[in-house]
Design a protein around this ligand. Structure first.
Ligand code: R5P
Length: 299
């Protein structure tokens, strides 16, 4: 087995963004071998060793991935890794940050505790933090870094060009941070919705200032698209208010083909996302942002 002073290790499903990051950091990118047995167990093999290892895996659809991360971390430690950093552009289970009903697991705390015991550092992008101030408050020992993607999103708008009549739209109060930052970076106005979620796919949104989009294009901004109901509801309200076109720019795209069809049927002309989660809508590589942060973490 080849031994490196430092290397980036990645699973097959994210090799492309992992290679972009490894290239930006001038590190070898090693593919982790993964076999799923017929009974659902996984076999993981790490075919090289590194003193300092970056383990790249985005944690969308996370349940199998978490166990396989544990196995990969174990193999790396066994082969001599002294410093192990998890690069998880999308960090799972961040929304369940409290027990909403007695007896519910606080998944955020449980999953971060699990990762805390495996890794020396964790780097992610726009984790969905709602009731906690900072990601580091749910990690005891690992150095936890939550990166903001707003500068990259603003750069995307500058590079792709944006109709100066566009109104930015955040679907809920939480999206203020991204809508406001992009408005400041582009000079475009923004409005916010008021969202109430009654179930996974049962969402009510009010857009009190929807009248401002009349005769203008609207660009929805959000941190993640999960079922797509949030964006679809907003698009309906924006078209009812006579928006000329509705697009979306998001950080993490988690939705599948059926929801993509519903989003297209809702009239959303284009959705651009970062490559934090591999998805057909990917248009914004995170490698520059992650590389800048990781130079500090792995130094
Ligand atoms: C939640 O508040 C997030 O910012 C997103 O708006 C939400 O997760 C999107 O979920 P969905 O696509 O299922 O409506």
């Amino acid at each position: 087995m080849i031994g490196y002073p430092a290397a980036l290790f990645a699973f097959a499903e994210t090799l492309d963004p992992a290679r972009r990051l490894a290239a930006a950091l001038d590190l070898p990118c090693i593919e982790i071998e993964l076999h799923r047995f017929p009974d659902g167990e996984s076999r993981v093999r790490v075919p090289a060793s590194a003193q300092a290892a970056l383990l790249y895996r985005s944690l969308d659809r996370p349940n199998d991935k978490l166990v396989e991360l544990m196995l990969a971390a174990s193999a790396l430690r066994d082969s001599g890794t002294a410093r192990l950093t998890l690069v998880a552009p999308y960090l799972c289970y961040m929304r369940q940050d409290m027990a909403f009903r007695p007896g519910e697991a606080v998944s955020q705390r449980a999953v971060c505790g699990f990762l805390d015991r495996l890794f020396d550092a964790v780097v992610t992008v726009e984790p969905h933090l709602h009731r906690i101030e900072s990601l580091s408050s749910v990690f005891d020992t690992a150095q936890a870094t939550a990166l903001s993607a707003t500068a990259l999103l603003a750069q995307t708008l500058r590079m792709d060009g944006v109709d100066p009549a566009t109104v930015l739209v955040g679907p809920d109060g939480e999206s203020r941070q991204w809508a406001e930052a992009l408005a400041a970076a582009t000079g475009l106005p923004f409005i916010l919705g008021d969202k109430h979620r009654a179930g996974d796919r049962d969402i009510r949104i009010a857009l009190p200032e929807a009248g401002r989009v009349q005769g203008r294009p609207a660009l929805l901004i959000d941190d993640m698209v999960s079922t797509g109901r949030t964006l679809a509801e907003c698009a309906a309200l924006l078209y009812a208010a006579k928006a000329t076109r509705v697009e979306a720019l998001v950080v993490h795209a988690l939705y599948g083909p059926a929801d993509a069809a519903a989003l297209a049927a809702a009239g959303i002309a284009r959705i651009r996302s970062t490559d934090g989660v591999p998805h057909p809508s990917n248009a914004v590589p995170l490698a520059p942002l992650l590389a800048e942060a990781l130079r500090g973490v792995s130094a």
